[in-house]
Every structure is written in structure tokens, then in C-alpha cells.
Design a protein around this ligand. Structure first.
Ligand code: SAM
Length: 238
């Protein structure tokens, strides 16, 4: 199965996966299926090819759109079963990765996963984004802040932008609604110090819908009042 993934990664994103990385992805898929059945509701996507394309390749698409500097600090907000953060770390072991996730069971899976995949230099944060955004060692400290399938853009920007340093970037992985959601986030972006730099379309093999990476630059500090208390960004989007 990992040979198909390696072929797609090469062909679509010009990424060469080593034998060791292919083995890590194969183990990742196996762990995901095992934990999904018995312990944590990690993903609705099952089957080898679907996991490879919709989880692994989709996560890696970010590397084709963004030049991430060596040793960059990257946080994946609402990472769930580790997407996109863990596939990025498998391919880019130099990244200083933080996995932020509100559900403890998912954090337990991610810790187990990092252990069996022998991934090091990962910080596990069992917290809500609204809390992490006020932690002194987290706030405005990341070069890259990413999220997939977590919230609509106006809400998501309040989760992501407080974590990015000025000069850093946020990437929202979106589907067909990317442009509309981004338009609706104009107010949030202005308040929180973000500016949309580009929206990059991504076409995955055998996937009908086009995915989009919304790339937002952090151009000004986020005012101290944001993010608001847990639950408020979703209840009263900016
Ligand atoms: N990013 C993963 C993916 O694309 O497969 C998981 C997506 S899942 C639909 C959304 C995840 O975000 C859940 O695991 C949920 O617990 C987490 N989440 C939602 N809101 C959050 C918040 N405010 N802070 C931290 N995690 C949050």
C-alpha cells in the first residue's frame, strides 16, 4: 500500500518518500484502523487507499503550497487523529511540531503513535485553542499554524491567528467553500491581524471535489482580548 502512496507523493507533489517513511505511513494506517475500531473515534475514513489519499496525501499537499523553513515551529490545531501534523512530521523530521487537541483520548492515541513511529520533538497539548492562545509559551510563538476540518473560517481564524507570530502564516485546509468562507472572515481577519495571501487549489486522485489551502499571513499582533473564552468564538463568530 505504501508504494501507491509513494508514487502519488512523487507525481503530485514531487516528494520522494524513503523506505523508512513508507513504513511509517503503513504503520500509521494500521494504528488508525485498530484504534478507530476499539477506542477512539478518530476518523470516518476507512480502507487503505482512502486513508492514503484523503488523510496522508491531503496532509502532504501543504508542502507543495508552502515553503516551510528548516526547524520551523508548527502547530496543528484540532489535530484529531494527527492530520495534517503527523504526516508532515514524518516527511519533515526537522519540524518542531505541536499537536493541539481538546479530546484526551485522541491525545493518548497521538502519544502512542509518536512512540511506535519513533517520532521525536513533538509537543502534545491537550487543550482548547481558546486556552492555548493565552498560554505565554504558545501565544504568537509559531511560524506556521495549520488546521483541517475544525471550524468555519471566521471561527477558525480566532483559534489560529493568536498562535502565529507576526510574520508567520496560518493555513486553513478547506473544501469547495474556501472562497466563500474566506469572504465571510474579512472582519475576523482585520481584528485579529491576518491578511489572506492566496488560496491554492489542490486536486487529489479520485477525489471529485477540489480542496483549497487558504494561506493567511499574520501581519499585526492579535489584541490581548482574543481568543475569547472557550465556546464564545463558535457561538458568536467575529
Ligand atoms: N484535523 C483532523 C482531521 O482533519 O482529520 C481532525 C478533524 S475533527 C473533524 C475536528 C477536531 O478538532 C476534533 O478532534 C476536535 O476535538 C478538535 N477541536 C474542535 N474544536 C477545538 C478547539 N476549540 N480546540 C481544540 N481542538 C478542537
Amino acid at each position: 500500500m505504501s508504494e501507491r502512496l509513494a508514487a502519488y507523493a512523487q507525481q503530485l507533489f514531487n516528494l520522494t518518500l524513503s523506505e523508512a517513511q513508507q513504513a511509517q505511513f503503513a504503520r500509521y494506517a494500521a494504528e488508525l484502523e485498530t484504534w478507530n475500531k476499539s477506542r477512539a473515534n478518530l476518523t470516518a475514513i476507512t480502507g487503505a487507499e482512502a486513508i492514503e489519499v484523503r488523510h496522508f496525501l491531503d496532509s502532504l499537499s501543504l508542502l507543495s503550497a508552502l515553503d516551510i523553513p528548516h526547524g520551523a515551529r508548527l502547530v496543528d490545531v484540532g489535530t484529531g487523529g494527527g492530520f495534517p501534523g503527523v504526516p508532515l512530521k514524518i516527511v519533515r523530521s526537522d519540524l518542531r511540531l505541536a499537536l493541539l487537541e481538546a479530546t484526551g483520548k485522541k491525545i493518548a492515541f497521538l502519544q502512542h503513535l509518536a512512540n511506535v513511529l519513533q517520532l521525536s520533538d513533538i509537543q502534545f497539548l491537550n487543550a482548547r485553542a481558546e486556552e492555548a492562545g493565552h498560554m505565554p509559551e504558545q501565544r504568537e510563538s509559531y511560524d506556521v499554524v495549520v488546521a483541517r476540518a475544525v471550524a468555519l473560517m471566521p471561527i477558525l481564524m480566532e483559534y489560529l491567528l493568536p498562535l502565529a507570530r507576526v510574520g508567520g502564516v496560518c493555513v486553513a485546509m478547506k473544501g469547495e467553500s474556501a472562497q466563500r468562507e474566506t469572504n465571510e472572515a474579512a472582519n475576523a481577519l482585520r481584528i485579529l491581524g491576518g491578511k489572506v495571501s492566496r488560496i491554492v487549489p489542490i486536486q487529489l486522485p479520485k477525489v471529485a471535489e477540489t480542496h483549497h489551502l487558504v494561506i493567511v499571513e499574520k501581519v499585526a499582533p492579535t489584541p490581548p482580548a482574543y481568543p475569547r473564552k472557550p465556546g464564545i468564538p463558535a457561538k458568536k463568530p467575529l
